[in-house]
Design a protein around this ligand. Structure first.
Ligand code: AP5
Ligand code: MG
Length: 233
């Protein structure tokens, strides 16, 4: 188990971006940070899936693109994020998971954040591609969004959520074929976003995501302290 911060209320990480390819562990890590810091996770993938489930016009529009591993248009995703950022729980910070994914989204986010107390910090989680395929095809999720993996992070009882006993499901885009399309989109568009933050002074760091989940969390926490120049870093 990783060491907790001496006093979590002593340190609020502000707006944090979790970047990285499909399956690096953005969602898994975001949930740990939410528990620790009490700031919300904003996952654009989860928000779009919620829209799909509720048959909103955005959800219906996004469905086909997501099933093919293609990105949803920037203006629609930006609008969705703008709505979420207006909610009061984002006041002391938030963890953006899977956003921004294009340079247009990154520039839009910068323009939104000028009035914010702290600048965003970006953490890029890095995992070799050959590991990612197994993570994606082995992932199972509970209806409440808890994340498992039949190979690396299995539930105690096969197919059943440890916490609420619900039936685990597989995401429709978690096939090998769609994984390759998602990787293509990542390489063509999101790698430029990673370079954008890498070249923005001291707002960027990389973390090795190819280690046990708790160790990744520990590295991300240490990275956040460092990026925010916290005395404990
Ligand atoms: P989204 O849902 O964000 O998918 P993604 O980016 O492909 O990322 P994933 O959710 O697949 O992976 P993750 O990094 O969260 O990994 P996880 O923690 O689950 O987006 C889906 C689609 O929505 C996109 O393709 C696009 O169409 C659309 N979209 C979303 N955002 C958009 C945007 N901004 N603009 C335009 N379109 C957008 O972990 C994966 C697995 O690995 C799990 O099984 C987990 O248990 C396991 N695992 C995690 N960490 C470890 C570890 N350290 N060791 C071993 N196993 C681990
Ligand atoms: Mg995710």
């Amino acid at each position: 188990m990783s060491k907790p911060l001496p006093n979590a209320s002593d340190f609020l990480p502000g707006p944090v971006l979790l970047l990285g390819a499909p399956g690096v562990g953005k969602g898994t890590q975001a949930k740990h940070l939410v528990d620790e810091f009490g700031i919300p996770q904003i996952s654009t993938g989860d928000l779009l899936r919620e829209n799909r489930k509720n048959h909103t016009p955005l959800g219906m529009m996004a469905e086909e693109l997501m099933s093919k591993g293609l990105f949803v248009p920037d203006d629609l995703v930006n609008q969705m994020v703008a709505g979420r950022l207006k909610e009061p729980d984002t006041q002391h910070g938030y963890i953006l998971d899977g956003f921004p994914r294009t340079l247009i989204q990154a520039e839009w986010l910068d323009s939104q954040l000028v009035a914010y107390l702290l600048p965003v910090v970006a953490v890029n989680i890095v995992v070799p591609i050959e590991v990612l395929k197994q993570r994606i095809t082995g992932r199972r999720i509970s209806p409440a969004g808890r994340i498992y993996n039949i190979y690396t992070n299995p539930p105690k009882v096969e197919g059943v959520c440890d916490v609420d006993g619900s039936k685990l499901e597989q995401r429709s885009d978690d096939t090998e074929e769609v994984f390759h399309e998602r990787m293509k989109a990542f390489e063509q568009k999101t790698s430029a976003v990673i370079e954008y933050y890498r070249t923005h002074g001291n707002r960027f760091a990389e973390v090795n995501g190819d280690q046990e989940i708790d160790l990744v969390t520990k590295d991300i926490r240490a990275t956040l302290l460092k990026l925010r120049h916290h005395p404990e870093a």
